[in-house]
Structures are given as C-alpha cells and as structure tokens.
Write a protein that binds this ligand. Structure first.
Ligand code: B12
Length: 374
C-alpha cells in the first residue's frame, strides 16, 4: 500500500469520514481572505488580523512542512430546540468538537509515526492559524458554497474540518467531489440578516453566528430583531442548502450535552456562577456566562412566555452584568411591550441606572414599547 492510501486508511479507522492531502503552501484563495480582512469583515475577531501572515502561509507554521492532511468529521443531526424555543446550532449540541477532534488528531499523529511518517507536526482544528476551508477544497474534501461553507455531496455543510501539517512530502489528492451551487441562491435569500454579501463572501459582523458567539457588546438592534430564537450560532444557511438535506443522522457521535437536555432559555438566562460547571465540555462554554445570558434574554423576546416574562423582569433589575440587563430590557420590550408591567419595569430600571449610556439604552427600549411590542 502506498503512503497516501495508508493515510486514508488510518483516517477511516479513526472514524473520520473524509480525508485528503494538500500541499503545504498558501492556498489559491488566500487573496480572498486578505481582501476580507482589509474590508473589516472580521469585526472584532482581531486574532485573524494579528495572525494574518501565518494564516495565509502555513510554511510559517511548520517551516519544515510539506503536506497538509485534511480530515472531515460529519456532525449532521436533526435541528436542536431548547425548551421555550431557543435554537442552538447543531454543531454545538453535543460534546465540544474541538476536544473530540483533537483527541483523534493525537492518535492520528501516533499512527503516522508508526507508519514511518513521524517527525514534527502541527495539529489544527478551527482555532489554529490556517484557512481550513480553502486547504480542504484543495485536498478534495468538498466544494465552496455561496454561503462560504465547504459542501460535500453526502454530508452537505454538516462536517467539521481539521488538519495535520507534516514534514513528509505526500502526493496531493487530485480527485474532487462533483457538485456545485449552480444557480441556487437559497442561502443568500434565507439569511435573516443578509450577511452573505455575494457568492462566497460573508460579513461576519452581520452573521448571527458571530453576534451570538464572538461579539462582546450589546447585539445591534437591527440584528437582534431578526435573530428569531437563535441563542448560540445559526444554521439557516446550512439548513436551506439542498446538498445537506439527505445527510445521515450521526447525533450519537457527539450526544446531547446536559445543558441542553430538559433546560431552556429561562435556565440559560438565570445561570450564575455555576455556568462553567453546567456547560463544561460544550462549545457553548467558550463565550462565557454573560454572553450566553445576553443571548437567552434576546431569544426570550422572540419566544414570549409567562416564565420568560418573569425571568426577564428579574434579570432587568438584578443581573450583575449591565450587558445582560440591557438585553433583558430589549427582550421585555420586544416580547411584552404591550404590557403595562413591562413598561413600568423599564421606566424604573432606567431611572435607577447610574450609567448614562446604559440609561439611554433602557429608555430607548421603553420608547419602543409605545403602542405595543416592536
Ligand atoms: C472566523 C470563522 C467564522 C466567522 C466568520 C465566517 C466566515 N464565513 O468567514 C463566524 C463566527 C461568522 C463563523 C460562522 C460559522 N462557522 Co466558522 N469559522 C471561522 C474560522 C475560525 C476562520 C474562517 C475564516 O478565515 N474566514 C474568512 C473567510 C474569508 O475565509 P473562509 O470562510 O475560509 O473562506 C474561504 C473560501 O470560502 C474561499 N472563498 C472566498 N470567497 C470565495 C468565493 C467563491 C465564489 C468561492 C468558491 C470561494 C471563496 O476563500 C476564502 C479564504 O480562503 C474557521 C476555521 C478556520 N481556521 O478556517 C471556522 C469554520 C469556517 N466555521 C465553521 C462552521 C461550522 C461555522 C458555522 C456553520 C457555525 C454555526 N452553525 O453557527 C457558521 C457558518 C457561517 C458561514 N456561512 O460562514 C467550520 C466550517 C465547516 C464547513 N464544512 O465549511 C470551520 C471550518 C470550523 C471547523 N474546523 O470545522 N465562523
């Protein structure tokens, strides 16, 4: 068996669904990444700018490197809905994929060593300095979609990417899966915030995924009005993609994290110091308590319920974070603006608020209540 076939065999034995090999060199689409950064479309993800040179050129990450082994792991499953209606992106429903995949990559590196392909290597999943989608496309794992997702004919967009950069020179994969978006524009048409500016170009600042996971401040009014219950990530561009509609259900791989089972938006808004423990082992742990409670407050505004109203009133007055109090004010106005109790609570909260900026936010939400919710 040649070395490339051996690498594929190891990948399948370790449970990866897809494997390909790309040369360790800047990908052809690197210029598109640089143009995207120059246009400021990365928002506050400043590490992308800081690491620009290494991201574009993987030879800076592993100078003695020659090949990138790119791996795909499917995570397709049914849509995930919290009690009370909050929506969580499917990729984040189970165990944190970063941990699952890194564990597999470590085993992969050991297997390569036994196969005579050892030496220094770099393992990347998501957070590493690498244009994962572009190298994956070059390694034949799929084709780039108008939503910028990498699509595979069997899994659609529902698979994670990861890589091992190695010093050995392997023959790059030349077979590429057949498929394309053709004239379909379902993702562009369906994106609730018009974040897909043109084919392959997403403005992160407008993307619900960015706003719920990466963005630290208050979510801009015009975007949160369109978030429709998304509380962590967003799958709209993937859900409407015809390529993913027949992907197999592999939910058993990652399971359902306990913070999503039998808990809802109210519990997510009210979570306190126990946040770290409750979300341990989940990707939802990463943005931290404040942002998750903020997102839950916004989502409760989209999914009004009596329990939600009570939780929002409580958070508006008592949450220790100004970010969460502000979001609770927005949620109240959005979901319950027609009710006297919500209007009074907003007036009181604005009066009691010492910070002028925060007071202005709350007064704005109070005003938006006039004549009912927005
Ligand atoms: C930053 C980031 C984000 C940002 C910005 C997303 C974006 N579109 O740029 C935010 C927070 C918004 C985000 C959201 C999501 N992300 Co993200 N994200 C990343 C990260 C860390 C870097 C991506 C990046 O460099 N973006 C900059 C743009 C310019 O680069 P790019 O998206 O890779 O695009 C390249 C190609 O599309 C190509 N290209 C550019 N223009 C064009 C035009 C045409 C016509 C074509 C054909 C190609 C093409 O060139 C680009 C540069 O090489 C990667 C991991 C990594 N290290 O690569 C994960 C990653 C891309 N994310 C991933 C996922 C799963 C998601 C979400 C689905 C999560 C969710 N459900 O909420 C959404 C999808 C949103 C979307 N439609 O892109 C997966 C994608 C897997 C896949 N099958 O595609 C990755 C690879 C993580 C992983 N290891 O699995 N993400």
């Amino acid at each position: 068996m040649n070395r490339e076939a051996l690498v594929h065999e190891i990948a399948l034995e370790l449970g990866f669904d897809l494997c390909g090999i790309a040369p360790l060199a800047p990908p052809a689409a690197a210029g598109q990444f640089e143009a995207w950064l120059d246009a400021g479309r990365h928002g506050a993800m400043e590490w992308l700018e800081r690491d620009r040179e290494r991201i574009v050129d993987p030879r800076r990450v592993l100078p003695e490197g020659h090949s990138i082994v790119v791996l795909g792991l499917a995570h397709s499953r049914a849509a995930v809905e919290l009690e009370g209606g909050g929506r969580v992106a499917r990729y984040a429903a189970g165990r944190d994929y970063h941990n699952v995949v890194l564990h597999k990559l470590r085993k992969f590196a050991r297997r390569l060593e036994h196969a005579g392909l050892g030496g220094r290597n770099r393992r990347v999943v998501d957070a590493g300095p690498l244009l994962e989608r572009s190298h994956a496309a070059e390694a034949g794992l799929g084709f780039e979609s108008k939503a910028a997702n990498l699509l595979h004919p069997r899994f659609g967009p529902w698979f994670f990417l990861s890589e091992i950069l190695i010093g050995h020179e392997l023959v790059p994969t030349t077979e590429v899966p057949i498929g394309s978006c053709g004239t379909c524009t379902a993702c562009i048409d369906a994106c609730p915030t018009a974040a897909i500016l043109e084919a392959g170009v997403v403005d992160a600042r407008k993307c619900i995924s960015y706003q719920t996971i990466e963005h630290k401040g208050p979510i801009p009014d015009e975007l949160r009005a369109r978030m429709d219950g998304w509380v962590f990530g967003c799958d709209v561009c993937s859900e409407v993609c015809p390529w993913g509609s027949k992907a197999p259900d592999v939910s058993a791989r990652f399971g359902l994290h306990s913070a999503l089972a039998g808990q809802g938006l109210v519990e997510w808004l009210e979570v306190g110091d126990e946040f770290a423990e409750r979300f341990h082992g989940s990707a939802i742990h990463r943005p931290g308590r404040e942002r998750i409670a903020r997102n839950a407050a916004v989502a409760l505004g989209h999914r009004p319920s009596e329990a939600g109203r009570r939780a929002l009133l409580k958070a508006l007055s008592f949450d220790p974070s100004a970010l969460v109090r502000e979001a609770a004010g927005w949620g109240l106005a959005r979901g319950f603006g027609a009710e006297e109790s919500a209007r009074l609570a907003l007036e009181q909260a604005a009066r009691a608020e010492p910070d002028p900026g925060q007071r202005a936010h709350l007064a704005r939400h109070r005003e938006a209540c006039e004549g009912g919710g927005r």
